[in-house]
Design a protein around this ligand. Structure first.
Ligand SMILES: Cc1cc2nc3c(=O)[nH]c(=O)nc-3n(C[C@H](O)[C@H](O)[C@H](O)COP(=O)(O)OP(=O)(O)OC[C@H]3O[C@@H](n4cnc5c(N)ncnc54)[C@H](O)[C@@H]3O)c2cc1C
Ligand code: SF4
Length: 424
């Protein structure tokens, strides 16, 4: 699509991450600034140093996907949730592989969705298996980040999932081509913030337009981008206000579709079986017209219980055929970051991992991160300290969401760093 956009005259700057929002003196957004390049770990300038650039425009549209780092700052700065009494956003982590399987088992177009196993009844999640072309199969497990047990390890749950007899027989004899992970929005209709701010608007998953029962958000992201473009055109050509974007959204099929699906996800707050009953009733009998709207439970970071309420989960060792260790998977993600740069994963308070996360929650970041970026390793006195292997990061944003104290801030690394997905 980038090529098509460029053919139409759009300028695209791949490899430049927007690191800050630019404001004018009246607090209107006037653009974004890219990060300085060529800064070393200790903050000094390297020979390759280049100043970031300011990209300014009459309007700024933010489309950073789920949990956009600038979008979240803007949502909070202008209180865009409070403005429409939206609930907090809720999230899930999707862990995915693309396999090349045996021709005889491949059915192009076939789709399988499952719910539950290997997750327990209190943890919402399920899998998808999509047969694509060229013997490729996209397979993944999506786990809601409001899980309670700090010992749960989403990566290991996915490895376990592939050993289910139905999945094992599909994958046996195949090879993994790629591995990846990314969070997705699950808050749906109740969690959509007011998507307009002074100087611009938020589109796609940064605003949270994903349809949870379908695990699909590409169509709504594209449509919201189209509606924002139409609104921007009327602002630039007729001098109207970007507020029309919100009106366009509410009159569009995005609104209708998400409203119909609004009770699906919060129904599972009552557990797997009640969730199935309520969401089935809503979908098949009432067709999205139940006269009430269920609320989401606690925000994901508050849902984690202290470790003493749970027992550690023993996961089987990877067999190297269906299940793999993290370094093998990371190699398949092609993730790459310039090593000598300031860490893009920042701790707001560097003492919290050792003072709170480890003693109270048994160090959950060492498990929920699907790239093993966070590791507790003993120092010279044998005391466990958090080590952050930022170069492994898959940019999934789970740590920004799930850290119990909201102590981890995900910021954009030097442009160009990150996973190198080609078939995900
Ligand atoms: C495991 C999984 C499976 C899914 N399966 C499906 C499916 O089958 N069908 C479907 O329709 N949807 C699916 N989705 C959802 C779908 O991926 C999203 O709804 C969709 O990608 C949202 O589009 P977007 O343009 O808003 O964001 P994205 O596709 O996330 O794009 C945002 C882009 O902005 C870039 N970016 C972010 N921040 C910055 C910054 N500060 N500076 C510069 N660049 C930045 C990101 O690198 C990214 O390239 C799935 C999601 C997951 C996680
Ligand atoms: S460090 Fe955070 S964003 Fe990066 S892979 Fe781990 S959980 Fe995801």
């Amino acid at each position: 699509m980038g090529v098509k956009a460029e053919e139409l005259g759009v300028e695209i700057y791949p490899g430049f991450a927007a690191g800050e929002v630019l404001y004018d003196s009246n607090d209107n957004v006037v653009g974004v600034g890219t990060n300085d390049m060529g800064i070393s770990k200790d903050g000094s300038k390297k020979e390759t140093f280049q100043h970031g650039v300011e990209l300014k425009g009459k309007l700024t549209l933010l489309a950073e996907g789920c949990r956009g780092s600038l979008s979240e700052k803007i949502i909070s700065k202008y209180n865009l949730r409070g403005k429409v009494q939206a609930q907090h956003q809720t999230y899930a982590l999707g862990i995915k592989e693309v396999w090349e399987i045996d021709e005889s088992k491949h059915e192009p177009g076939a789709v399988l969705h499952t719910l539950g196993w290997p997750l327990d009844h209190k943890t919402y999640g399920g899998s998808f298996v999509y047969h694509m072309k060229d013997r490729q199969v996209s397979i993944g497990l999506v786990i809601a980040l409001n899980y309670q047990n700090p010992y749960l390890n989403p990566y290991e749950e996915f490895q376990k999932f592939k050993h289910h007899p139905a999945i094992k027989s599909l994958l046996e004899g195949g090879t993994v081509i790629q591995y990846g992970a990314r969070t997705l929005n699950e808050g749906g209709f109740q969690s959509i913030p007011y998507p307009v701010f002074p100087g611009g608007a938020i589109v796609g998953c940064s605003a949270g337009f994903l349809n949870v029962p379908k695990i699909k958000g590409t169509h709504t992201a594209m449509k919201s981008g189209m509606l924002a473009a139409e609104a921007a055109f009327s602002v630039l050509s007729e001098g109207s206000s970007m507020v029309v974007y919100y009106d366009f959204l509410r009159k569009s099929w995005i609104w209708e579709e998400l409203k119909k699906a609004r009770n699906y996800r919060p129904a599972f707050e009552f557990g797997l079986l009640p969730g199935l009953a309520i969401s089935g009733l809503e979908h098949y009998i009432f067709k999205g017209r139940l006269p009430f709207t269920l609320k989401h439970g606690k925000p994901d970071h508050k849902a984690t219980n202290v470790a003493k309420l749970h027992t550690p989960i023993e996961y089987p060792r990877a067999d190297g055929i269906l299940s793999f260790d993290v370094p093998t998977s990371l190699h398949r993600s092609n993730t790459n970051h310039e090593h000598d740069q300031p860490a893009h994963l920042q701790l707001r308070d560097p003492t919290i991992p050792e003072l709170v996360n480890l003693p109270e929650y048994a160090g959950p970041e060492s498990r929920y991160c699907p790239a093993r970026v966070y590791e507790y390793v003993p120092d010279e006195n044998g005391v466990l300290k958090l080590q952050i292997n930022a170069q492994n990061c898959l940019h999934c944003k789970a740590c920004d969401i799930k850290d119990p104290q909201q102590n981890i801030e995900w910021t954009v690394p030097e442009g160009g760093g990150g996973p190198g997905y080609s078939v995900m």
